[in-house]
Design a protein around this ligand. Structure first.
Ligand code: FAD
Length: 454
């Protein structure tokens, strides 16, 4: 029988070790490509996320000459059923190292019985669990991890097969329709598919990589690669990017590889500490007092809608809702606002991000939030509270980013857009007043941090 290749977060044919293994095993019977639309994952996704996933599946279906089977349901039922239907010799995957994926794959393996579930590769440049301290224990801080990661080396990309025999299965496929996204946003969404990933990477590598080290903190310049959605669903493998960036060389390439290493680090942390997805990585700040009640809920809602009255926070949140993406600096800033100005537990903000981000990723996202909250690995000091006005002036000096996302402020010229309450004519029509006084909330946050630290 054919070898089933079960795609999860590796929706590509290039540099795909599981595909090579499936080709070998399937022989003349070929490879049957499968994607399972898991309602658990689908139902939790916002429109831009779904839109991108469906586009990537369509591209994969084309790349497999229409052979891709898409079935909806719990993979623990769907995969073994399909394997029996087609008399599969084996089922091939890239290893999923997250807590949910590990449980799911163990259950699928059990249900498959005699048919082996074969794992090759992971979605990371260096697989989680491979980089260890000399004494065999995992790293808990990024910088020493990154040194060991460099020393370990990133494997060469796998070959891309020239020819493949695709097996076919009977029955209609379950590829859902892509949800509508506003036309003005659709142009800004990443072009789905492996070819889209390659084109986006080449454009970045040729035009912006060189300046990346200097400009990566500026949300107004579009200076980052925006490869995160592609990396998340595996339209390109990170080791391809590492090797390609290193081939270019220079400070930009070094800075870029360092960020890819960060992605590996957080996946490694989650591998060793699956509980750190939703529980505090370090619990010295456990027991912090949080705000609840009607006023707190109204403030959270203002944050979710991009109507806090702080222009750069609102711009970032509106970009998230519209494009399903946000610049790294802005993620740090709006997360800080959620945790330290609105006094909310980080998990609620992390959940909101995961729903809306096209690149929403449990390890990068939740450890990013833990970092901001001061409970993560390289915890940012708890007394560091981002000021939304000075951050705006620093990273969006001319206000272009704010004007792009907050139409109510489009008429305000230059950097003054960061303090609309100081405009001679007062707050522009329709733009909300600030939901909190930042200076006051900063004091409250510090007092509460001090209280739990004893
Ligand atoms: P670039 O600057 O071009 O970086 C290249 C790649 O390196 C990224 O695509 C990403 O894969 C990786 N990378 C960069 N910065 C980080 C980082 N700090 N941590 C881990 N990997 C990094 N990233 C996600 O992929 N998914 C998330 O859900 C996510 N949530 C975040 C939540 C918060 C609160 C914070 C502070 C950061 C989060 N990040 C997340 C990390 C980072 O913000 C994004 O990876 C980055 O903004 C994506 O844009 P880019 O591809 O243009 O990045």
């Amino acid at each position: 029988g054919p070898a089933v290749l079960w795609f999860r977060r590796d929706l590509r044919l290039g540099d795909n070790p599981a595909l090579l293994a499936a080709r070998e095993r399937g022989g003349d019977d070929g490879v049957l490509p499968l994607f399972v639309l898991d309602p658990r994952v689908w139902d939790a996704a916002g429109a831009p996320r779904r839109h991108f996933l469906v586009g990537c599946l369509e591209a994969l279906r084309d790349a497999t000459d229409g052979a891709l089977v898409v079935r909806r349901g719990d993979p623990v039922d769907v995969v073994p059923r399909l394997a029996r239907e087609v008399g599969a010799a084996s089922v091939h995957v890239a290893r999923d190292t997250g807590p949910y994926g590990r449980r799911r794959d163990a259950a699928v393996r059990e249900e498959l019985g005699e048919v082996p579930l074969v794992e090759d590769g992971t979605p990371y440049a260096v697989g989680p669990g491979r980089v260890l301290k000399d004494d065999g224990s995992p790293f808990q801080v990024f910088t020493p991890f990154s040194r060991a990661w460099q020393a370990h080396g990133v494997p060469e990309p796998a070959l891309t097969p020239r020819s493949l025999t695709w097996a076919r299965a009977d029955g209609a496929d379950d590829l859902p329709d892509a949800p509508d996204v506003a036309p003005e946003d659709a142009g800004e969404l990443p072009v789905p598919g492996e070819a889209g990933a390659r084109a986006a990477w080449k454009a970045f590598r040729d035009e912006r990589l060189e300046r990346y080290a200097d400009e990566r903190d500026r949300p107004d310049l579009d200076s980052t690669s925006r490869m995160s959605p592609y990396l998340h669903l595996g339209l390109v493998h990170p080791r391809t990017l590492v090797h390609d960036a290193r081939a270019r060389g220079g400070e930009g390439a070094d800075a870029y590889v360092r960020e890819l290493c960060f992605r590996d680090f957080y996946a490694d942390v989650l591998w060793h500490r699956p509980d750190s997805a939703w529980d505090l990585y370090k619990d010295d700040l456990a027991g912090m007092e949080h705000d609840d009640g009607a006023q707190a809920r109204r403030r959270v809602q203002a944050w979710e809608e991009g109507r806090t009255g702080f222009p750069v926070v609102d711009a970032a949140m509106r970009q998230l809702l519209s494009q399903g993406w946000m610049h790294n600096r802005m993620r740090m800033l709006v997360a800080s606002f959620y945790v330290k100005d609105l006094h909310q537990p980080w998990q609620g903000g992390a959940r909101f991000f995961l729903r809306h981000l096209v690149d929403g990723d449990l390890s990068s996202n939740n450890h990013g939030w833990q970092w901001v909250a001061g409970t993560g690995t390289d915890a940012s000091p708890y007394f560091r509270v981002f000021n939304p006005v000075t951050q705006g002036k620093k990273f969006d000096p001319d206000g272009d980013y704010v004007r792009r996302w907050v139409p109510e402020l489009r008429e305000v010229a230059g950097g003054r857009v960061h303090e609309p309450w100081d405009l001679p004519g007062g707050l522009p029509d329709g733009y909300p007043a600030r939901v909190v006084d930042h200076a006051d909330e900063r004091k409250v946050a510090l007092a509460r941090y001090e209280a739990v630290r004893g």
